[in-house]
Design a protein around this ligand. Structure first.
Ligand SMILES: CC(C)(COP(=O)(O)OP(=O)(O)OC[C@H]1O[C@@H](n2cnc3c(N)ncnc32)[C@H](O)[C@@H]1OP(=O)(O)O)[C@@H](O)C(=O)NCCC(=O)NCCS
Length: 174
């Protein structure tokens, strides 16, 4: 069970201290980055403007594709982030799928990833994605358990240029 209800919201420049602290905590994680496309040393407000422009459909510079990058907020605290991708293509479609998520270490095992996953699936449903592909590394037992607990079905292994991932399928309908 969750400690608190979770909301998914756009990043804001007021998140700077917590978001950068979170990014530094995740930097050595073998599976993900926290602040995607954050360039060390750039003004945080520039990153916020770039990422929110993608989520609001205003622009889509590389490495972004159409979708939403949202922070997880629980009881006023920054607890994690999700990157929802509406139409992944090519290598991204095969190896990464529609969704990526990170919960910051201090907030894990409180049901926040499960809540964020449900909200993200609803957002994909509104974009007419019926079946979401979510992938994880074979060594990532936490993500695998999360997905299987959420009812995802293992589809197959995917391998591109020597990188392999487990592909899972999740219906997006409520
Ligand atoms: C994977 C991750 C998102 C899970 O976030 P979380 O908020 O802790 O997950 P939840 O609390 O919603 O967990 C739901 C269920 O998933 C399973 N689970 C989650 N973390 C687990 C772990 N470390 N070991 C085993 N099972 C785990 C459990 O079944 C859990 O239910 P329970 O706590 O009632 O037993 C988090 O560990 C994380 O951010 N990891 C680093 C980034 C990452 O790997 N992202 C995914 C890339 S594919």
């Amino acid at each position: 069970m969750s400690d608190m209800p979770l909301i998914l919201r756009l990043p804001s420049s007021e998140d700077e201290a917590n978001a950068i602290a979170g990014h530094c905590q995740i930097v050595r994680d073998p599976f993900v980055d926290f602040l995607l496309d954050y360039r060390p040393g750039e003004p945080f407000a520039d990153w916020v403007e770039r990422v929110n422009g993608v989520s609001l459909g205003l622009h889509c510079p590389e490495p972004w594709i159409r979708g939403e990058f949202l922070f997880m907020e629980a009881d006023g605290y920054l607890a994690g982030r999700v990157w929802i991708r509406f139409q992944p293509e090519g290598r991204m479609a095969e190896l990464e799928g529609h969704l990526g998520y990170v919960v910051l270490p201090a907030f894990r095992r409180r049901g926040y990833a499960s809540q964020a996953l449900r909200d993200a699936l609803a957002r994909l449903h509104r974009e007419r994605v019926e079946t979401a592909v979510v992938t994880c590394d074979e060594a990532n037992g936490a993500s695998m358990a999360l997905l299987e607990g959420a009812g995802a079905s293992f589809e197959r292994m995917a391998t591109v240029h020597g990188t392999s991932r487990r592909r899972y399928l999740l219906a997006t309908s409520p």
